[in-house]
Design a protein around this ligand. Structure first.
Ligand code: C2E
Ligand code: CA
Ligand code: CA
Ligand code: CA
Length: 278
């Protein structure tokens, strides 16, 4: 019997240590962070290049750890995506952002809130319905929400992606294609998706004042967008020179450190207030 007990304890110990081993590692860290609400939305202003009025903002995820350090999205979004945690994280960020900005959203019906959604999530069952329910239960208009989706392999099934985009637009949501110009965004696919907005990647903003071929590409994207009744947002604007070059190409809206970096909610609301009182 002593043998059996020892064996039993050994097995039990094995099971327990296997379990505790499973509780370690980066995915367990993510789960703990989700449970502790350590993922916070930061907000980056999107502005009119000419008037500098703030037209909306993009939600950018930050992981605020217990020790006060802030982890950038590059260090957790890929893992969240591969481990299937991205959905829960995205809904948490949206709920949080809606509650953070609700007074501002309700008082300024033209103000738009942009949310990054990975293609796999966009195409998953129930996405549109959950989005709609979340936005409506915050008593915010669907017209004020922009879904930003990066065009990647997962959107290869253009017909399916276009159907989801059409469904979103039927409900009043807006859709932006993110990081256009890098990666997979072929022109026919930009067209076929049926989005409202294209976001030109920072790479082009970085090179527009240095490289004539960038100007040609941006002008081409603006022409395409105009034909398809899409708006254009340029991201990563740091200098006035870049603003002038982008405006010369016909770009109307932008985002970048020149007007504002991604900010925690209190700082972002301060920025909005400072602008409105001018
Ligand atoms: P993105 O969607 O292209 O976001 C723009 C990135 O450029 C942000 O980096 C932003 O902080 C940065 N940026 C904006 N203006 C400037 C500028 O003037 N200069 C410079 N140097 N950088 C600027 P961030 O916040 O580190 O996010 C990186 C990427 O992580 C995002 O790229 C997006 O793809 C992803 N990401 C962030 N939050 C989320 C999220 O909630 N969900 C998903 N699925 N992806 C997210
Ligand atoms: Ca984005
Ligand atoms: Ca982007
Ligand atoms: Ca980008």
């Amino acid at each position: 019997p002593a043998m059996a007990v020892a064996l039993g304890l050994g097995v039990l110990f094995g099971v327990l240590s296997a379990r505790s081993r499973r509780m370690e590692g980066p995915v367990a860290d993510l789960d703990r962070a989700l449970a502790r609400h350590e993922f916070k939305p930061y907000f980056q202003p999107i502005f009119d290049l000419e008037t500098r009025a703030i037209k909306g903002c993009e939600i950018l995820a930050r992981w605020q750890r217990e020790d006060g350090s802030v982890v950038p999205p590059m260090n957790f979004i890929p893992l969240a995506e591969s481990s299937g945690r991205i959905q829960a994280m995205t809904w948490h960020l949206l709920e949080r952002a809606l509650s953070d900005l609700r007074p501002h959203l309700r008082a300024n019906k033209d103000f738009k809130l942009s949310l990054n959604v990975v293609p796999k999530h966009l195409l998953s069952a129930g996405f549109v319905e959950t989005l709609r329910r979340t936005v409506l239960s915050a008593r915010v208009s669907t017209r004020q929400i922009v879904v930003e989706v990066t065009e990647r392999d997962e959107l290869d099934d253009l017909a399916r992606a276009a159907a989801v985009v059409a469904e979103l637009r039927d409900y009043g949501f807006r859709v932006a294609i993110d990081d256009v110009g890098v990666g997979h965004s072929g022109l026919s696919r930009l067209k076929g998706l049926g989005a409202n907005t294209i976001k030109i990647d920072k790479f082009f903003v970085d090179t527009i004042t240095l490289d004539a071929s960038t100007t040609t590409i941006v002008e081409m994207l603006v022409t395409l967008a105009r034909d398809l009744h899409m708006t254009v947002v340029a991201e990563g604007i740091e200098t006035e020179e870049q603003v002038r070059a982008l405006m010369a190409c016909g770009v109307q809206e932008g985002q970048g450190y020149l007007v504002g970096a991604p900010l925690p909610v209190a700082k972002f609301i301060e920025l909005l207030g400072a602008r409105c009182n001018k």
